[in-house]
Ligand binder design. Structure first.
Ligand SMILES: Cc1ncc(COP(=O)(O)O)c(C=O)c1O
Length: 391
């Protein structure tokens, strides 16, 4: 709008994986538009994508499509409840806006700052659903076990983000799976954010742990609406008897975009390339932190490196993080303190980003030294609308 150019490290909150306006995906989409986006009969692309997902994602034997991640999570919750004949979902992570999930906020006082979604009131969500979806803290097996004991024989599934920006503790996900199975519940990985980058087959392929069902969306179609629930035949076959349907779920634009995006991830050797980009970014940002004289580090997985500064007082963090976002934007970099690489990011982008980070961090240091961050801030303080539970 203002004719400014930015290097984008937010990447549409992870939905862009090849890069914005990728020529190959967009060409496939345009060709599909010319052939028609939605037919009265099923399209062969539905089968083609299902086969590709089954080859790519370890847990995939059957597939259901959706147009987004939250919607796919709601489908997975429905299938898990229908398959097991039980009502309760134990969850860990962010799983969208739907009632089944947001009802969890009736379990706590929204203003208490407790999880799951501090500061979000479940306005419009039926109170009758309270207690049907219950959060558990990541990494704490005892807490999960206690919930299984408390709700013995009532838990349909554990739905969780397997990780976000750090690897899970050794053996944790396996232990969660065993615990769920011991209690007759299904394990669902929500790979809406974790999918596609670390490995094309998701965290489950990267770590070698296969859940019963998996939710994918976002990056699978590089910016065109698409999502899916995939899973074992045992978990998903009963879905045939459940009413789960929507007009646009298998529209051909999303299918064509997904088929092309996933093929391109393979063709561009994405796993190796993400390793290279992430490592180079981390090294460059750590150098910028060191040069600034501030204490801190850029850490986390190469698919989501993040800067954390050591501050004299934790209450300064919202201001410091906001100042970082502000100063980076001023220098043509759209980022948070964490970074979501795409395959379009180049070594030159990393160099420019690190230069901007060094300058932004120098300004933060100035503000910290003078004790006057406020006079440097020209925008509202960045808000954290909710805590995600998963590191
Ligand atoms: C792990 C996870 N699940 C579900 C969702 C919701 O997906 P969508 O925004 O496509 O509905 C998100 C979105 O950020 C997510 O990160």
């Amino acid at each position: 709008m203002d004719e400014n150019e930015y290097i984008d490290w937010v990447s549409a909150v992870g939905a862009i994986i090849l890069g914005h306006a990728d020529e190959i995906v967009d060409t496939a989409v345009k060709a599909q538009i010319d052939r028609g986006s939605l037919y009265s009969l099923n399209s062969p692309l539905e089968i083609e994508l299902a086969e590709l997902l089954a080859e790519t994602i370890p847990s995939a034997e059957m597939v259901r499509y959706s147009k987004g991640g939250g919607e796919a999570c709601a489908i997975a919750a429905r299938i898990a409840r229908g398959t097991t004949g039980r009502d309760i979902i134990l969850f860990c992570g962010y799983h969208g806006w739907h009632d089944w999930y947001q009802a969890a906020n009736y379990l706590v006082d929204p203003e208490s700052g407790e999880f799951p979604f501090a500061g979000i009131e479940p306005i419009g969500v039926p109170r009758a659903l309270a207690g049907t979806a219950i959060p558990f803290p990541y990494g704490n097996l005892q807490a999960l076990e206690a919930l299984f004991d408390e709700h013995h024989g009532q838990v349909a599934a554990v739905m969780m983000e397997p990780l976000r920006s750090e690897l899970p503790p050794e053996g944790y996900l396996e232990a969660v799976r065993d615990l769920a199975h011991r209690h007759g519940a299904l394990l669902i990985f929500d790979e809406v954010s974790s999918g596609w980058r670390l490995s094309i087959g998701g965290v489950q392929a990267y770590l070698g742990i296969t859940p019963d069902m998996t939710v994918v969306a976002k990056a699978m179609s590089n910016g065109y609406p698409m999502g899916a629930v995939v899973g074992s035949r045992d978990a998903m076959e009963p879905a045939k008897r459940m009413f789960i349907s929507s007009s646009y779920w298998s529209d051909n634009i999303g299918l064509a975009a997904s088929l092309t995006t996933i093929s391109e991830l393979y063709r561009r050797d994405s796993e190796q390339r993400f390793q290279e980009i992430g490592e180079a970014l981390r090294v460059a940002l750590n150098q910028a932190i060191a040069d600034s004289g501030l204490q801190g580090a850029c850490t986390g997985l190469h698919t989501n490196p993040a800067i954390t500064l050591q501050l004299p007082d934790e209450s300064l963090r919202p201001k410091v993080n906001t100042l970082f976002v502000q100063e980076m934007a001023r220098r043509g970099i759209h980022s948070y303190t964490s970074f979501k690489p795409t395959l379009a990011h180049t070594e030159e982008d990393i160099r420019i980003t690190a230069q901007a980070a060094a300058e932004s961090l120098a300004i933060i240091r100035k503000g910290l030294t003078s004790g006057d961050l406020d006079s440097l801030l020209e925008c509202d303080i960045k808000k954290e609308p909710f805590r995600r539970l998963v590191k």
